[in-house]
Design a protein around this ligand. Structure first.
Ligand code: AMP
Length: 309
């Protein structure tokens, strides 16, 4: 199925206790598309400025991502984000956010993008997500990610778009914060009542859990010994998850086994993403490495079928 993503297309500056990098290619839509590109064709929608050059386009093109709906705004600046991590990689401080061309962005999607069967609304201002959701009214499966900034500054707008999608990909703290409910199970249940069919609550190095009306399951994260940069893990997770479902056809999201596989591919892609800074690791990734790690996940999570008596 055709998959379209809108979200930030960015330059990121990241500092961790183990090193720092300036103005790397990043953004929610970029991390998502690179991860999803291993499973299906992805179109990315969003604006960039004059500072977004051939080298940045090349990273997307090398993975076959369709960039014809990236709008280059003359005289504009690409979205910029700077963040810092301490020894706990599950939390980070935002040092700077400059919306640049996203401040004025008025999405006008091409006919090809409007016809998408699957849509991912990556992290960006929720009114923009809502506008794109409206334009892609033929989408059969829609996903959404967001962050604390939008929960705290544009809560009502965010709740409106949350009620209009099928799958939510949020950090567990964001689920609690948005629903103003400290218990994660209750918060996820309350969120399902707003409309989505499933909530995936991500918990960084502790994995991710999926909540739906009639099912729950949980995946650990891959036990990596080297994590260099957690930025983009959430978007890579969503890219692996939705990319896989896109490759399996329209009814895959109804099937329990397929959802479990999607959770596993999400975890696999997120685990590769954090091994190096920015997009470096996923750019070099090969399909057989994905399959090998999938197999490791399967072995890691297998339990015997019945308790001993
Ligand atoms: P993740 O680590 O998966 O939550 O996403 C990291 C990406 O989100 C980075 O590449 C940033 O460019 C992007 N990002 C950070 N803040 C924002 C924001 N306020 N709106 C949209 N994207 C953002």
């Amino acid at each position: 199925m055709s998959l379209v993503v809108i979200g930030s297309i960015a330059f990121d500056s990241v500092r961790t206790p183990f090193g720092e990098r300036e103005r790397m290619l990043g953004g929610s839509a970029v991390h998502f598309s690179l991860a999803a590109s291993f499973f299906t064709e992805v179109r990315v929608v969003g604006p960039v400025g004059d500072d977004f050059g051939d080298a940045e386009y090349a990273v997307l093109h090398e993975r076959g991502v369709d960039t014809s709906d990236i709008e280059r705004v003359p005289g504009g600046r690409t979205f910029f984000w700077a963040g810092e991590y301490g020894y706990d990689f599950n939390t980070r401080d935002t040092l700077d956010t400059q919306l640049g061309v996203f401040g004025e962005f008025d999405p006008k999607l091409s006919e090809e993008s409007r016809a998408a069967e699957m849509l991912f609304l990556g992290n960006i201002q929720p009114d923009l997500q809502y506008e794109v959701r409206r334009q892609c009214d033929r989408a059969r499966l829609t996903g959404l990610d967001s962050m604390n900034l939008w929960i705290e500054t544009t809560r009502e707008s965010l709740l409106r778009v949350v009620g209009d999608v099928d799958l939510l990909f949020l950090n567990d703290i964001e689920v609690r914060e948005l629903m103003e409910e400290p218990n994660l199970v209750r918060a996820a249940r309350a969120m399902l009542e707003l409309g989505p069919r499933a909530v995936v609550a991500k918990q960084g190095e502790y994995g991710a859990s999926l909540y739906a009306a009639d099912r729950f399951f949980s995946m650990p994260a891959y036990p990596l010994e080297t994590v260099r940069d957690p930025t983009g893990a959430g978007d890579s997770f969503a890219g692996g998850f939705m990319g896989y479902l896109a490759s399996r056809g329209p009814d895959a999201s109804e099937d329990d086994a397929e959802l479990r596989r999607a959770m596993t591919y999400g975890s696999v892609l997120a685990s590769f993403n954090v091994e190096e800074f920015g997009t470096d690791r996923v750019r070099r990734l090969e399909r057989d490495e994905i399959d090998a790690r999938y197999e490791e996940f399967r072995a890691m999570t297998e339990i015997s079928s019945a308790p001993m008596r």
